[in-house]
Design a protein around this ligand. Structure first.
Ligand code: SF4
Length: 374
């Protein structure tokens, strides 16, 4: 189902068709000094032009020699994502459908404003192989991994849009890797992209403002624990027992709940960072007092935080949103057990905000009618 490989940074750069948003500062420094025998400061000029000034053509880099601009245009093009659909919600959330420059593959990203913050939820794969029960992204399976440049490109396209809307430069303050795809199923490209977004000489989005969310790919958690990075980790848990989790999250057949919690405890011990568990409340499926008690017993094994999210309707999943009373009673039990817990509303409910819904709808529109031939 997944591969969490080890791969050094240079290997990754060479194996992926090179695109300007796919290179870290260290890559640009190597490219300038070792490959092109140019001074190191050229790398800083490139980072500044790409990320601080949002230039989208090498011709606009007037501080670079003309010959270098021509070479880069040919060899490492700047390839912006194409905005194909914008779905603003009444609550301010804006869901964007973007087309990848290489093959037109559609992916989603969501901008979520809240007091003084602009959070962007980004995708890491086109579709997803993990097929969690209430997620639209998994319904048609995985089409492909996104490249580093496509992951970074989502943020660059949002910056372009936000800057136009705002009248001056504006970038997301927070990034959550919770869109389409399982980030640890595309580990190298995702980590490289997050390092680029975090780069001080680029967008400089603080590591603690970047959250990676996994459905429970244990080798990815174990590998992240060794990286010495400050990114936040959240786990989509959604069930307090292995029996229920097997049904809701097929990933649990490969990495059972006990193994997942052990990996999270080891992660916290190794990094000193708390894991956040996301728990979607579904009417009479996992929202009862006995479910809350089972969750409390499970999470006794490690210090952690919990986010409760009442289900938003998803096409193809019959579960219902619980009554507010049930949600509050669940929250109360966790708080009494001294587990730091917050209740979140999924934003943009009027515009198919749940992960993958917009892409799924678009793909269904593009498919020929069942049984029909074109
Ligand atoms: S919730 Fe995440 S891991 Fe699960 S199917 Fe959706 S995108 Fe994939």
């Amino acid at each position: 189902m997944t591969t969490v490989t080890t791969m050094n940074e240079t290997d990754q750069t060479n194996s992926e068709k090179r695109s300007a948003y796919g290179l870290t500062l260290a890559d640009w420094q190597r490219e300038m000094t070792e490959v092109r025998k140019l001074p190191k400061f050229r790398a800083d000029q490139i980072m500044k032009g790409l990320y601080c000034e949002q230039k989208t053509s090498w011709d606009a880099f007037t501080t670079l020699p003309t010959s270098l601009r021509a070479e880069l245009t040919e060899q490492i093009p700047i390839e912006p994502m194409q905005l194909t659909q914008e779905n603003p919600s009444r609550d301010g959330t804006n869901k964007l459908l973007l087309a990848c420059p290489s093959d037109g593959e559609k992916i989603e990203t969501v901008l979520i404003p809240s007091k003084g913050r602009m959070t962007q939820c980004i995708s890491t794969q086109a579709g997803c192989a993990f097929r969690c029960a209430f997620c639209a992204s998994g319904q048609l399976g995985k089409s492909r991994d996104l490249t580093t440049a496509e992951i970074v490109g989502q943020v660059m396209e949002s910056i372009r849009l936000l800057t136009v809307q705002n009248g001056s430069f504006m970038r997301p303050s927070n990034i959550v890797v919770m869109g389409m795809g399982e980030p640890f199923d595309n580990y190298d490209n995702v980590l490289r992209a997050l390092k680029i977004l975090n780069e001080q000489k680029g967008l400089d989005i603080g590591a603690r403002h970047i959250t990676i969310s996994s459905c429970g790919v244990v080798p990815g958690i174990q590998r992240l624990a060794t990286e010495g990075l400050q990114f936040e980790l959240s786990i989509s848990l959604h069930a307090p027992t292995q029996e229920l989790r097997r049904e809701l999250m097929p990933v649990s057949r490969r990495w059972p709940l006990d193994e997942l919690i052990d990996a999270c405890a080891a992660y916290t011990e190794a990094t000193g960072r708390l894991v956040t568990f996301e728990y979607t409340l579904i009417d009479r499926l996992n929202d009862q007092p006995q479910d809350a008690r089972a969750l409390i017993a499970l999470l006794r094994r490690l210090p952690c935080k919990v986010n409760l999210i009442p289900l938003s309707p998803v096409e193809g999943f019959p579960g219902r949103r619980p009554e507010e009373r049930a949600c509050l009673a669940f929250l109360d039990l966790l708080m009494k057990a001294r587990i730091p817990t917050t209740m979140r509303n999924s934003r943009g409910r009027d515009v198919n905000a749940a992960c993958g819904q917009l892409r799924l709808r678009r793909l269904k529109e593009e498919l020929p009618p069942q049984g029909g031939k074109e």
